[in-house]
Design a protein around this ligand. Structure first.
Ligand code: PLP
Length: 340
């Protein structure tokens, strides 16, 4: 049995999810005639109190469409230096929308209203790129699953309103934040102009992301999705997995968080670990002591059927998920405790 902790994207559909997929009613979603996709979109829009939801194959595409909707070529968006939209979408902001990113040196992937305000180009200074969008991430990926405080969101919203900026949330793991902090999805709907939520991370579906927004903004979304090649046909099979996840895989995220916290606690006490980042959700970031080789540690773990990922600069990452069971958890903690 492999203990795969590289990401929460290595899960396989559960028997219940597979059954939901097999029994899905489907149609052609390009004609908007796939009843299961329509139902998934309706469920998400309602849950967040937003007008419109649109189903996408990936979170990167959903983020990229959001950026395109909010900006014009030559504009600039503001995000954290570790943001997925900047680091892990292949330079898509430049490729698809012709925008540059003003990177803020945040705290574990989170940025403050104050830093955002400082990063905005002066309104009447035509030498600098026009700032038109702020992209936040919740939970943060490279920041180790950190979650914002809602108070900061309110402050950021105010800055965006003052300066006429759009506010997009890359919520690939938003449900983790909502469960960890016991938040109300509708509060997110009130703050953000657009929200992207992945079904294929902690929620455990094979694919899919939903982009939420209000009518005015989302009008153009379906066209840009088409341009990027994201208009899918009988994709209700995958939307059915998403609906199943909404009904069955949200509350259980608390288990992933509990196991991640337990791993962090064990790591903190081990002599070969230098430090562990605060662990709020399902991601644990940690560093080995000086002199210990990262590649050797990873290959030793690999030999014991444990897979962990490295994020560069000595940063190691563990992500707990649906297929990381209590049995595997007990086994993994034993392996960590016995490692020399
Ligand atoms: C995974 C992820 C995405 C989307 O990734 P895809 O692989 O394109 O679905 C976006 N943002 C963050 C923070 C992520 O972790």
């Amino acid at each position: 049995m492999i203990i795969d902790l590289r990401s929460d994207t290595f899960t396989k559909p559960t028997p219940g999810m597979l059954e939901a997929i097999m029994n899905a009613a489907v149609g052609d979603d390009v004609y908007k005639e796939d009843p299961t996709v329509n139902e998934l979109e309706r469920r998400f829009a309602e849950m967040f109190g937003m007008d419109t939801a649109l189903f996408f194959p990936t979170g990167s595409m959903s983020n990229q469409v959001a950026i395109k909707l909010h900006t014009q070529p030559g504009d600039q968006l503001i995000c954290d230096k570790w943001a997925h939209v900047y680091n892990y979408e292949g330079g898509g902001a430049a490729f698809n929308s012709g925008v540059t990113c003003n990177l803020i040196d945040g705290d574990r992937g989170m940025i403050t209203a104050e830093a955002i305000e400082e990063g905005i180009s002066p309104f009447d200074f035509y030498h600098t790129p026009k700032t038109s969008l702020v992209c936040l991430e919740n939970t943060t990926n490279k920041g180790g699953g950190a979650c914002y405080n809602f108070e900061e969101f309110h402050k950021i919203r105010k800055v965006c309103d003052t300066h006429g900026l759009g506010l997009h949330l890359d919520g690939a793991r938003l449900m983790n934040a909502i469960v960890a902090k016991k938040e109300d999805p509708k509060e997110y709907g009130k703050i953000f102009d657009s929200i992207s939520i992945c079904l294929s991370k902690g929620l455990g579906t094979p694919l899919g992301t939903v982009l939420l927004g209000n009518k005015d903004l989302m009008q153009g979304a379906i066209r840009i999705r088409k341009i990027l090649g994201g208009a899918m046909r009988q994709v209700g099979f995958m939307a059915a997995a998403g609906i199943y996840a909404l009904d069955n895989h949200i509350d259980r995220l608390a288990e992933d968080h509990k196991r991640a916290a337990e791993i962090a606690e064990v790591l903190t006490k081990l002599p070969y670990i230098k430090s562990v980042e605060p662990t709020e959700t399902n991601i644990v970031i940690f560093y080995l002591i000086e002199g210990l080789d990262v590649a050797k540690f990873l290959s030793d773990m690999n030999e014991m059927d444990v897979k962990i990922s490295t994020m560069g600069q000595g940063k190691l990452r563990i992500v707990t998920h649906l297929d990381y069971t209590q049995e595997l958890h007990d086994k993994f903690l034993k392996i960590l405790n016995n490692y020399k």
